[in-house]
Each structure stands twice: as C-alpha cells, then as structure tokens.
Design a protein around this ligand. Structure first.
Ligand code: SF4
Length: 402
C-alpha cells in the first residue's frame, strides 16, 4: 500500500505540473464576448467550480462549456457565453465556438435568432417548437443549443445565485442540502461507533444505507465522487456549501474510519448490497483471481488521475456509475457500466466497490490499520479472514471488541 501511495502521488504531481504548463485556459474570448453583450458592466476575474464571472450588480457570466461539456450538437459542444441576471433571467448570449456545419446553422448564429433567449427565465421550458423556434434541417444543433442553455443556466442559478430551479419537472433541494447531508453523516457516524460496541444495533446500518439512497442519491443527487478531489487539485473549489459538507465529512471519515462512507452512506454501494441480498447463489471467485481483480480499481484510479490532471478536464474522469445513476445523465457507455455493475451484484458481492470504484481505491489507500476487523462468512465485501483494511467497508459485523 505504501508503494502504491507513492506511485499515485508521483502520478498526481507530474500530471498536475504537465497539465498546468501545457493546457492553461485561454479566457480572452470570454471577456471580449461579455463586453460585446454588456459593454458598460464590469465583471470580476473568473472564479472556478462552477466557473463564472460576476459583476457588482450581481450579474453572472459563464461559458456553457465549463458547466455542461457533455451536451453536444452534431459535431461537438456548442460553446456559448451566457449572462444571467440575479433573478435568473438571461440578459444576453453569444456563441463562442462550435463545429456544426455552417450551411445548416447559419441562421442559428444570427442576432435575430439568439435574441429570443434574452429575458427567458432559467425555469422556462427551452423546448424547440414550444418556446424556442425550430430551424429546418438544423434540429439537432438547435436542440443542443437549447439544452445547453437550459442546463447550464439552471446549474449556475442554483449553485451561484442560490435560486430554486427545475430539474426534469422537479424542484432542486433548497439551500439546506449541506445541513441535511451533515445531519445524515452525523447520524451514521454515531451509529458506526455504537455498533462497534453492540451487535444488536447492526440493523441501524440498513437504515443509514436506505437514507443514503433516498437522501444523498435521489434527493440531493450528490454522492461523493472522485471529481470532488480533482476539483480541489485543479484549484476549482465550489461555492456550494453542500460541496464543502461532502468534502469535509468524507475526509474526516477516511481519517477516523477508513471506508466508512462506502459501507454506511454511499447510495450506489447501498443499492449494490441490497441487490446482493437477493436470494441467488453467489459465484465463488478463486482467491488469487479475486485479489488481482481488486487491484484493478487502483489501476483505474491512477489512469484517471493522469488523464484528468494532465488535460485539466475533470469531466474526462467521469466514469463513475453513481454519478450517472443519480444525476440521471450519462452516455451509452456510462449507462451500460452502471447497469452491468448493478446486475453483477446478483452473483458477485458489491461488484463495483470491489473491483472498479475509484472512491473505493482512494478511501482504501488512506484507511488506517485496525486489527479488530477479522471478517466472517457473511461479509458484504466477501473479504477473506483477516482482510486487508483497504477492503473493509466498516459494516462492523465482524468487529472484535478488545
Ligand atoms: S471485514 Fe468485517 S467489518 Fe469489514 S466489511 Fe467485512 S464483515 Fe464488514
């Protein structure tokens, strides 16, 4: 483990340094575009995560590509500069860059067409042929532009302006998400320590896991992700209190209780474990093979550290199944991975957590030794007797009180 930590640290530092020198962002186009939209308003330096500029009047400007890079037209993302009022209305937009075929979309770039977005509320429909004009033979590009503007504006309105916004017909959680998350963490953490003393209370972990699925997964849509760490390393802290609550509680729990988050709060881990409890016989994986496959998650972690920090693009590391599942947003590949990872639990205990999860690799790497954990037959991670602490999710079933 010690050697692995040193390798990952070296990869992290080298990729960070190389990425910094090779891919520093150009911001001049954005500043010029803001001036073109609102020549008389002065904006601050660009802030990061989410990336935006703010004026003294409370207007916020951002490049949609920083917020929703995965929304694509025919030939890639349509990078657009948007200015939002403090009330969540679009004050103006300017298309910065795209790779769509000009012949088809020339009208989409005209001021006449773009002016229909000015004054729209972030909670408007943004649907082509309803509140957005369609353009014959450019449907894909127009839909991509509308979706880009809708999702990026709602993201900024919620995370920067603190407004309530609609997500697929639902309202986002209010500004108390950080408090709800912290209370749930405290509840789980208290019972983590209680169950180390009393086996009778072990069922409480099921309640904590169900709360993890309902609150962290479905309500807040904010499972801890390796992207949180990348954004810290790339010096892009968020302005959201929930973001800080997730980072602080997770780091604290790793220091005090290793992979506690995986065993008590992670919504994907909980879902995996509940599926694994269905009455199907589990495959018996030979111990040597199991050990080798468990190392795969460290290899994946090292690879995405290199890719993300070298390219300085956090979204390149987004293969995490819980992000896809609980954001209800992904591509064919990530949805397939999420589906396979859930179904696999029928035959292999906590398949994703054992073999692929980058958060499992990270939290495992920093788990401190605790010889009280000896494992037993019904270990949810199918750990061997006297397991390595990096594979223990602290369910406390086997904890020996000294
Ligand atoms: S080793 Fe023990 S505490 Fe750790 S996951 Fe397995 S049964 Fe739970």
């Amino acid at each position: 483990m010690k050697r692995l930590r040193i390798y990952l640290l070296a990869i992290t530092l080298l990729s960070l340094a190389a990425g910094h020198f090779l891919f520093s962002e150009k911001r001049s186009d954005e500043i010029e575009s803001i001036r073109a939209i609102l020549p008389d308003v002065k904006f601050s330096e660009k802030k990061d995560n989410p990336s935006y500029f703010r004026s003294e009047e409370g207007l916020v400007a951002f490049n949609t590509y920083d917020i929703v890079p995965s929304i694509r037209g025919y030939a890639g993302p349509i990078k657009t500069l948007v200015v939002l009022t403090p009330e969540g209305r679009i004050a103006g937009i300017k298309i910065l860059d795209h790779k769509e075929t000009k012949n088809y979309i020339h009208y989409m770039e005209t001021p006449q067409y773009l002016s229909q977005f000015t004054g729209k509320s972030v909670n408007d429909l943004f649907e082509v042929d309803k509140d957005i004009d369609g353009i014959t033979r450019a449907t894909v590009s127009v839909e991509a532009l509308a979706k880009t503007l809708k999702e990026s504006s709602r993201n900024i309105a919620s995370n920067v302006l603190g407004l309530e916004v609609l997500i697929e017909g639902k309202k986002t959680p209010s500004g108390y998400g950080w408090l709800i998350y912290s209370l749930l963490f405290c509840f789980a953490f208290v019972f983590y320590y209680v169950t180390r003393r009393s086996e009778k209370m072990l069922r409480i972990r099921d309640i904590s896991m169900i709360a993890g699925i309902l609150i962290i997964g479905l309500y807040l849509s904010s499972p801890f992700s390796i992207l949180h760490i990348f954004n810290i390393l790339l010096l892009r802290p968020s302005s959201s209190l929930l973001w800080y609550a997730i980072i602080i509680t997770t780091i604290l729990s790793i220091m005090l209780a290793g992979r506690f988050y995986c065993g008590w709060l992670c919504p994907f881990g909980a879902l995996s474990e509940f599926i694994g409890r269905l009455p199907f016989r589990k495959w018996s994986i030979p111990s040597e093979m199991d050990d080798k496959w468990r190392n795969l998650k460290y290899l994946l972690l090292g690879s995405i550290i290199f890719i993300v920090l070298f390219s300085r693009r956090a979204e390149f590391g987004n293969y995490e199944t819980y992000v896809t599942l609980f954001s209800f947003h992904g591509n064919y590949l990530t949805w397939t991975l999420a589906g396979i990872s859930l179904l696999a639990n029928i035959r292999i205990e906590r398949f994703w957590c054992r073999y692929l999860c980058p958060v499992a690799a990270l939290t495992g790497l920093f788990s401190r030794k605790d010889s009280g954990y000896v494992s037993r037959n019904d270990c949810p991670m199918a750990n061997k007797i006297n397991p390595h602490i990096s594979e223990c999710i602290r369910c406390n079933r086997c904890y020996l009180k000294s």
